[in-house]
Design a protein. Structure first.
Length: 323
């Protein structure tokens, strides 16, 4: 029989591996060495007296005992998070808000929230990608993020609260020398047969690449192959310039030297932006962010999609029915 005081850290290690089915990615998510993660899994297996994973050189899968543990581990960790929210949440502590990138919709929401609660410290982070940020939120290393919530795994989304913020029109970032750079807008049909970069290979932004893949499949656009993960604006600019493929973005993406940004039309593809946080969290900074997002959305029509729009039904359903 397992000890009644099983360390929650061991359950977090188990859950990370169970969700990724990959020890290297799970270790990176938890900011631990892979060897340390493996030790924690072995310790948990000894405590439970059960093998939780089948490991081969090519893949990792859950055993029946691992499948049985999974819902219990989630409930235990959710209860820990709720306990922290109810009794351990310090309203004076800084709220860590991941914006993905500076100068975009999320930045405007944060700026307005700071005006609403000047006594609170809302600290911006720029981590890139809701897939990665959601795991950080559940691990307690981030508080809030923005992104495409429909692209998260169902078991991850079930542990998060979601507030729709904006249907962001998509755009194409082009080298200034590109033949289409002189156009005021670019139709999707004009991109048929071309190759466009949309973050393929970046494990942090899987939800964005998946949305792009759905769009590209309908219009015969090729998804550009992976490029090395770039950290920081300067590195991102260098790597994307080296690839020279047009890049899928949104209309308020920050400008980059030597490029132009052109909206996509006929139809207008949309990126569904939502505010995301851990269920049960209470903080005045979160309340201010939610109020700021609702204010700006109402004032600027962010939640009214254009008539000629493209968005998968799964995204529309989630944006219409907040969780």
């Amino acid at each position: 029989m397992p000890a009644p005081d099983t360390d929650p850290r061991l359950l977090r290690a188990f859950l990370a591996v169970a969700e990724d089915l990959h020890f290297t990615r799970a270790a990176a998510r938890l900011y631990v060495a892979q060897q340390a993660l493996s030790r924690d899994i072995r310790r948990l297996e000894r405590e439970l007296g059960a093998e939780l994973f089948v490991r081969t050189t090519r893949q990792v899968s859950l055993t029946p005992e691992g499948e049985r543990l999974l819902p219990y581990a989630r409930r235990v960790l959710d209860a820990h998070a709720e306990l922290a929210a109810a009794f351990g949440e310090d309203p004076a502590r800084p709220l860590l808000v991941d914006l993905n990138s500076d100068g975009m919709t999320a930045s405007r929401v944060l700026e307005r929230a700071r005006e609403l609660v000047p006594e609170c410290e809302l600290m911006a982070r720029f981590e890139s990608g809701l897939t990665w940020a959601a795991a950080e939120i559940l691990a307690g290393r981030l508080d809030v993020s923005f992104g495409r919530a429909a692209g998260l795994a169902p078991e991850v989304r079930a542990r998060l609260s979601v507030q729709p913020v904006r249907y962001e029109p998509m755009a194409l970032m082009l080298p200034a020398s590109h033949p289409l750079a002189g156009r005021g807008a670019i139709t999707l049909s004009e991109l048929s047969g071309t190759t466009v970069y949309a973050g393929a290979g970046n494990e942090r932004t899987r939800e964005w690449t998946a949305l792009a893949a759905l769009l590209f499949a309908e219009w015969g656009i090729e998804l550009a192959p992976p490029v090395p993960l770039a950290v920081g604006v300067a590195e991102f600019q260098r790597v994307t310039a080296k690839g020279m493929h047009p890049m899928l973005a949104v209309v308020d993406f920050p400008p980059m030297p030597g490029t132009v940004l052109r909206p996509l039309v006929d139809p207008i593809p949309l990126s569904p932006l939502a505010l995301v946080w851990r269920k049960g969290m209470n903080h005045p900074g979160l309340d201010a962010l939610r109020t700021a997002a609702a204010e700006l959305a109402a004032a600027e029509g962010w939640m009214t999609p254009p008539c000629d729009a493209w968005l998968p039904e799964s995204d529309l359903s989630l944006m219409r029915n907040r969780s």
